[in-house]
Each structure stands twice: as C-alpha cells, then as structure tokens.
Design a protein around this ligand. Structure first.
Ligand code: AKB
Length: 318
C-alpha cells in the first residue's frame, strides 16, 4: 500500500483512517476523497491531498486514481443502518451502485479495494451467540441487504477479475473525533458524550440488548492490517467477522459510572433501532480473522472507557 484513495474520508471511520494511513504509508499519496458539503477541515486538509470523489461518478474516481497512481481504495461511502431504513433507495444507490463504480475502476486500474461490511449482514435466523464466520446472512434491513450484496459483489470481482477485494464485518464503532450519524450502535458513542457533558443519558436501546462493539484504534488496525495481509493465507475475503467486546446498555453505563459516579441514565427506546438491534448477533466468533491474518484487538470495555473519557474531556477543555 503506497498511494491510497479514501472515499468518504470525512465520515466517522474516514477521518481517523486517513490520518492514520498518512502516518503509516510514508512517502505515498493518501488522498482524502470527499463530496461537496462534506469538505475535509483542519488536520485532515492540512496533512495531505484532498479531491472531490463522488462514489456515484465513476469517471471522477478514475481521474483521481490515475492522477495519484492509486494502488488501494478504501470505499467508506455508506448510509448507516437507521438512516438507510429512512432512505432505502439512496442506501441502495450508494451501497451497491457506488460499490460497482469503485470495483469497475479497481478492475481497470489494478487497485485493491477495502469496503467495510457490518454485523448488519446477519438477521433473525442467524445463530445469535458466537455467530460463526460462515453462516446464514438473511437481513431484513436495506443496510443489511446492501452489505450482503456488497460482500457477494466484492467476492465476485475477486474470483472473476482478480481484483484484490478484502473486508471486515465491523461491529458498532466507538470514537470521539467524528460522530457516527445514523447507526443502531450510535448509543455507545452518545453515552460517553452525555457522561462528559454532565447530562443524563436517554438510551434508545433497551437493557439486555447485547451487541458487538470495537474502539476506533482497533478498527483502524483491522482495516490496515487486513489490506497488508499475505494473500496466500486468506481463505476468506469478503468479509471477516471481527469483534473486540460485547455489552448491553447497563454494562457500559456501570462501567462509565466507575469514573463518573454522578452519571445518570434512563431509557427512551427507539422502536426502529431496537428492532434492528434485536435482529443482530449478541456476539461474533472472529476466529477466522485471528487465524488468517492475525487479528487481535487491544481495547476491552474498561480500556476504551478510560481513553474515551479522557479524550472527550481534553476536547471540552480546548
Ligand atoms: C450501525 O449501527 O449501523 C453501524 C453498524 C454496526 O454497521 N454502526
């Protein structure tokens, strides 16, 4: 990986992945792709090139790929699960038509492609506990449909055209820099913001609802490490189960209260998000990722809480 294009560089993952890749791939061009209205700012803008790269415009993507001699594309353009239910047509366009554009450009220019998948590929009839790598993917959300379709299309491009496509099924991602915006697992970010702001938190997900989660530094490590993994060791490609922890709202609340004793939480359950969460696994089995490319998370819940609270507190002080 030397010259990399990140499509959707100003989103929750893109903001941090772009900065991380600029530290990681010294001497290369790490291009922050964005759409008008979501321009990169601050460090993201100052530390490397930025180009308008609309996922719906294949010639625009091809132009950037050719100009910067891009060898790897991180395709992070997506609508998260709750927003995708509100705008299913747009979710399809971005998730499927957009991915098709990226894969066609990758085929033409010989690029590797990483497109995140999600625990959203699973549905009600998937085994819920320690969900296996190879199992039923039968979601009933548009988000899940596009993620399953994306996995299949990416594998197709690898088998049929030799495009080096790789992916992970991300669980809920917790981060402090850029907000997630429209996911089912967003509560696990919002709860920290409320704790640091001294606000009571109204949780949209019911007590007892377990979902897989991961702290952003681990997610970045997964996205980079998989793209650098020895291809001969990869039995799977699109997409690997990865996880770092699994908790319900009560567990994260109690963990935060160890450090913010006055923190208070109640429940105002959002029926849409709750239905989606109920259809997702309680916990994933990520053995294949561990065996095939050495996946290993570094943050458990307590380490994540300590880091999130200190980073958010520092940001408030600035
Ligand atoms: C969402 O909640 O939509 C995402 C995801 C788990 O894919 N964070």
């Amino acid at each position: 990986m030397k010259n990399v294009l990140i499509i959707g560089s100003t989103g929750q993952i893109g903001t941090e992945l772009t900065l991380e890749l600029r530290k990681h791939c010294k001497g290369g061009n790490i291009v922050a792709g964005y759409i008008p209205g979501a321009e990169p700012k601050g460090e993201l803008l100052e530390t490397g090139p930025a180009e308008i790269t609309d996922i719906m415009n294949d010639r625009q993507i091809a132009g950037v790929v050719s100009r910067y001699k891009i060898d790897t594309i991180y395709n992070l353009a997506a609508l998260l699960s709750a927003v995708a239910e509100a705008k299913p047509q747009m979710a399809w366009k971005v998730g499927m038509d957009g991915l098709f554009n990226v894969l066609e450009v990758a085929r033409e220019y010989g690029c590797a492609v990483f497109t995140p998948s999600s625990i959203g590929v699973f549905g009600d009839n998937t085994p819920k506990d320690r969900t296996p790598q190879d199992t039923i993917r039968n979601p009933r959300t548009m988000y899940g449909v596009t993620k399953v379709g994306g996995e299949l299309l990416s594998d197709y491009y690898h088998i049929r055209f030799g495009v080096d496509t790789r992916s992970v099924r991300f669980p809920g991602l917790v981060s402090y820099l850029a907000p997630p915006g429209g996911g089912t697992t967003d509560y696990a970010v919002d709860i920290y913001r409320a704790a640091v702001a001294g606000r009571r938190f109204e949780c949209p997900i019911a007590a007892g609802t377990f979902m897989d989660m991961m702290y952003m530094p681990d997610a970045l490590r997964a996205a980079i490490r998989l793209m650098e993994a020895d291809p001969d060791r990869l039995i799977h490609r699109n997409a690997f189960n990865v996880t770092a922890m699994s908790f319900d709202p009560e567990i994260i609340f109690e963990n935060i209260r160890q450090y913010v004793p006055d923190f208070d939480m109640g429940y105002r359950v959002d029926p849409l998000r709750q239905a989606i969460a109920d259809s997702w696994p309680n916990s994933l089995d990520d053995t294949c990722a561990r065996e095939e490319w050495g996946w290993q998370p570094e943050y458990d819940l307590d380490a994540m809480t300590r880091d999130m609270l200190s980073k958010l507190q520092a940001r408030i002080r600035v």
